[in-house]
Design a protein. Structure first.
Length: 111
């Protein structure tokens, strides 16, 4: 009985003393089982491979996500449209896509 109470008390103590960060970042989102892994689409700047504060779009609704992805690493500086597999701030992988695919995904053009 005592052991079952010890863990929540210890976690509460760590939160109060700021030993556990409660903000979203790639490490906490990766471990959080309540955050689903989703696919989103985004337009990123050319001539760079480090994309910061990326505004992604939900392909189901065509609307912006309520948050920006803080950091996305790329590998082709000449491309501008990406498909992101992510879980909150944790980016699992990206694929470069065409402008037409991007516009279809965010429902700006029909098939």
């Amino acid at each position: 009985m005592f052991e079952k109470l010890l863990v929540p008390v210890y976690v509460f103590f760590l939160i109060i003393t700021n030993q556990i960060s409660l903000d979203h970042n790639s490490w906490t989102d990766r471990a959080d089982t309540s955050i689903p892994e989703v696919t989103s689409y985004a337009k990123v700047p050319k001539n760079t491979q480090n994309y910061l504060n990326v505004q992604a779009y939900n392909p189901d609704t065509g609307k912006k996500l309520p948050y920006k992805i803080k950091k996305v690493g790329g590998f082709d500086p000449s491309r501008q449209y990406i498909k992101i597999d992510h879980k909150g701030q944790y980016v699992r992988k990206i694929n470069y896509i065409s402008q037409t695919t991007y516009l279809k995904a965010i429902n700006q053009i029909d098939d």
